[in-house]
Write a protein that binds this ligand. Structure first.
Ligand code: NDP
Ligand code: BG6
Length: 502
């Protein structure tokens, strides 16, 4: 039962889950989760809290799971536990639960490029497995690389050499890698080759946390389980699509990392492009991860080369004041890029991807703007087009802007909304963090929400020429004020692309 608008609403549910890629592998028994880079920012802010939430909800059982932190920093188990405690003690978490969970964590210190530390890690994992195997036999090992990508190849080599699951116990070894996966097409391919020599594709989970967000996961259901979207979702009806990411803070402490990558590599080439795939792809044959990812690849391969006049770059004033950012940095902290998909469904429809740091609000949303109604007998054209908005965050919502008769005696029209705000409609549901779902998927062996190698390649193919020109200083970002909408030129581009603002 859910409550909405003061009424009780009965919901009919139907469960669906995609099928795992690896068949005949154990999904129960002893599970070791190894967080490499455990001393770092991502580990404490996202990885450990996600593991804790899975533990609280019963997805990680203390009688089968053990968590290992690994990094170079020389600290004790308790030091690590104390570092992450405050990130876990949030919301309704009870301090006893936090303490119980922290006891599952063991820390091993070692370097990333020598066998010694990894042998020690393997010994600790094996001890845990032997202890657990007194009741049940399996060796499931999940390695989460919360590390700078520069060390991925050597770390993968060490895992392969020293830490693989014990085949006589069954189970599996899986590797989760974070973005950025490469800096351009060549470096990404090189990285893929290096890791690909060591691990098979079904063992590799390239994480893009946007794929774990509730409303991103809803996209396929929305599009393919609702009759009324089917005939409308195409170039005959849709005028333009915007996929927007805004943050109301700057690079804050991550200036060094950010300056090497910039907003296109940080957000657009991965997060926004993944969302574009789900908005634009054809219906997959089934929900099997391979079928879904086949369709995503086709969309990416249909994207036309980006035109200079359909790009606006920006850099916020004050960005270079960060001591870790070079004085003459050319790195964009804002970009609007129009992508055009050359296929039967989307020819002529601009997909406008926009992302920026230090803007006037924090928001991520998809805006689908429909064409004008032909033969406008109400003369209501200037009141606004139909628009379907999917707000990924904050406050997840979907709403449809539509024209209705102004209630009352007057015969006039007004723009209104059909509004599905999750906070109101699903009051008793806590929406899980993206990382929780995705880590759970890695344990279950479900690769649907992870980026396949050919997807990654196609994504880099789209952006590499533009990125090289920015890196070479040929394409310069325009300055903008922190707290603004970004450069005014971006709004002009939006208008040129066909977006109508009312
Ligand atoms: P950190 O810079 O905090 O690095 C993580 C750990 O890696 C450090 O604690 C350090 O551990 C080790 N490390 C750092 N620099 C090097 C180096 N040059 N060579 C070898 N080891 C190094 O990174 P984050 O935790 O911020 O990010 C980890 C990964 O996740 C990166 O790929 C990042 O791009 C990605 N990511 C991060 C997000 C975030 O919010 N932080 C968001 C999305 C993705 P020690 O010295 O103890 O070994
Ligand atoms: C990360 C980027 O991938 O996503 C960050 O590296 C950005 O720069 C973050 O802040 C945004 O994630 P979210 O989930 O807060 O939108």
């Amino acid at each position: 039962m859910g409550s909405g608008g003061g009424q009780w609403i009965v919901e009919k549910r139907s469960s669906f889950r995609s099928e795992p890629l690896e068949v005949n592998v154990s999904e129960t028994g002893c599970l070791s989760i190894v967080v490499l880079g455990a001393s770092g920012d991502l580990a404490k802010k996202k990885t450990f809290p996600a593991l804790f939430n899975l533990y609280r909800q019963g997805f990680l059982q203390s009688n089968e799971v053990h968590i290992f932190g690994y990094a170079r920093t020389k600290i004790s188990d308790d030091d690590l536990r104390n570092r992450i405690r405050s990130y876990l003690e949030k919301g309704s978490a009870k301090s006893e639960e936090v303490s119980e969970f922290l006891q599952l964590i063991k820390y091993v210190s070692g370097s990333y490029d020598t066998e010694e530390g990894f042998r020690m890690l393997d010994k600790e994992i094996s001890l845990h497995e032997e202890f657990r195997n007194s009741t049940e036999g399996s060796s499931r090992r999940l390695f989460y690389l919360a590390l700078p990508p520069s060390v991925y190849p050597v770390v993968c080599r060490m895992i392969k050499l020293c830490c693989m699951n014990k085949s006589h116990l069954g189970g599996w070894t899986r590797i989760v890698v974070e973005k950025p996966f490469g800096k351009d097409l060549d470096s990404a391919e090189k990285l893929s080759n290096q890791i690909g020599e060591l691990f098979e594709e079904p063992q590799l989970y390239r994480i893009d946390h946007y794929l774990g967000k509730e409303l991103v996961q809803n996209l396929l259901v929305l599009r393919f389980a609702n009759r009324f979207f089917l005939p409308l979702w195409n170039r005959d009806n849709i005028d333009n699509v915007q996929i927007v990411f805004r943050e109301d803070f700057g690079t804050e402490g991550r200036g060094g990392y950010f300056d090497e990558y910039g907003i296109i590599r940080d957000i657009i080439q991965n997060h926004l492009l993944q969302v574009l795939c789900l908005v634009a792809m054809e219906k997959p044959v089934s929900l099997k991860p391979e079928h879904i990812r086949d369709e995503k690849v086709k969309v990416l391969q249909s994207v036309m080369p980006i035109k200079d006049e359909e790009v606006v770059l920006g850099q916020y004033n004050g960005y270079r004041d960060d001591p870790t950012v070079p004085d003459h940095s050319n790195t964009p902290t804002f970009a609007t890029v129009v992508l055009r998909i050359h296929n039967e469904r989307w020819e002529g429809v601009p997909f406008i991807l926009k992302a920026g740091k230090a803007l006037n609000s924090r928001k991520a949303e998809i805006r689908i703007q429909f064409k004008d109604v032909p033969g406008d007998i109400f003369r209501c054209k200037n009141q606004g087009r139909n628009e379907f908005v999917i707000r990924l965050q904050p406050s997840e919502a979907m709403y449809m802007k539509l024209t209705v008769k102004q209630p009352g005696l007057e015969m006039s029209t007004v723009q209104s909304e059909l509004d599905l705000s999750y906070g109101q409609r699903y009051q008793q549901v806590t929406i899980p963090e993206a990382y929780e779902r995705l880590i759970l998927d890695t344990i279950r062996g479900d690769q649907q929400h992870f980026v396949r190698r050919d997807e990654l390649r196609a994504a880099w193919e789209i952006f590499t020429p533009l990125l090289h020109r920015i890196d070479d200083g040929e394409f310069k970002p325009l300055p903008y004020q922190p707290g603004s909408r970004g450069p005014a030129e971006a709004d002009e581009l939006l208008e040129r692309a066909g977006y109508m603002k009312y």
